[in-house]
Design a protein around this ligand. Sequence first.
Ligand code: CTP
Length: 399
Amino acid sequence: MLKGKHIILGVTGGIAAYKSAILTRLLVKAGAEVQVIMTPAAKQFVAPLTFSTLSGKPVISEFFTANTGQWNSHVDLGLWADAMIIAPATASTIGKMANGVADNMLVTTYLSAKAPVFVAPAMDLDMMAHPSTRRNLELLKSYGNHIIEPAEGELASHLVGKGRMEEPEKIVQVLSNFFVPKDLAGKKVIITAGPTYEKIDPVRFIGNYSTGKMGYALADEAARRGASVTVVSGPVAVKPQDSDIKIIPVQTARQMLEAAQTVFADTDIAIMCAAVADYAPDHYTDSKIKREKDEIPVIHLVKNPDIAATLGREKQPGQFLVGFALETDSEQSNAREKMHRKNLDMIVLNSLRDKGAGFGTDTNKVTIFTGEGMSVTYDLKSKPQVASDIFDSIVRCLK
Ligand code: CTP
């Protein structure tokens, strides 16, 4: 998303300036053209040579280049940029930006910039919590700037609290998310994810190896594209990247069905990505089943509800329902049969015969079938890239 984008990176005088060297490197690696502007104080922390080497462009710091007298046009720079990020942003620079104090090249360029501006504050916890800093940040937000809130942790003062500049990887993520086309804006998306646990006794359950990585990658991608997202999630360790994603935690298939049905009526796109246990014990034993018994216990199973098929029956015109098929044999025909039986608009097939596909891996290899009898087979990709392919197909179908 950042390929070819013009990014102004404003560096101000804080210890976290060293992290901005890494940020420069990551932005350049992502294909962006980076122009670094440093405030005079920033040069006390990291030498301009570091930034000019990493960005491949001379650093701008003054209104005029000292030896040539050449004027550095803040207006041209402001127009050149696709985005501007101030990282680290000290309390002083935030105050100047909020109040239009244009006494250095960085704030002057900020005032001239037409592009979206991101601000990553970094300061000591008490400065961060001070009413003037909070007020200035609120002012910046009210002007339409994006604040990348600092994280909590050990600060340069060795005090622990909120004020650490967000990590460069996260900042790059925020910037690239910003440039993702918002083709799902206004859409409501529900995703089932992870395994279900069907309880046997207080310490045992029937489950499966699903980790939820694919479902959560879909949730993150939908949120990036502007959708409002709910995940009905079995027990997993993964977390969504976007704090606006709503998670409804469940354990059993019946709880998953109930939660999914409640949300489904008000949903545009539903993706059934969970690995739902097909069977559950017919009863739950309150106390732990003990070993010192003569007879070996027998667990009787009952069939679980089919969540995808239930939603397929409840589906209204305009709603789009996607399922997954995890197969080992006759993959294509089984997938097509499942799509029709469950009344799905699309099914995503992953074969356990493909290396790198299925449970727990960071990659997946899928074939996407759509209602019109079309299918497209994709290469082995990371799960976030697969999520992007799936939403590209959904958006094409919705058109
Ligand atoms: N699914 C579901 N509820 C179930 C079982 C499956 O919602 N009780 C959904 C899955 O989330 C997936 C699709 O149905 O989107 C197909 O799941 P899969 O396990 O491949 O198929 P099953 O219907 O369970 O059939 P089988 O196990 O016989 O292959």
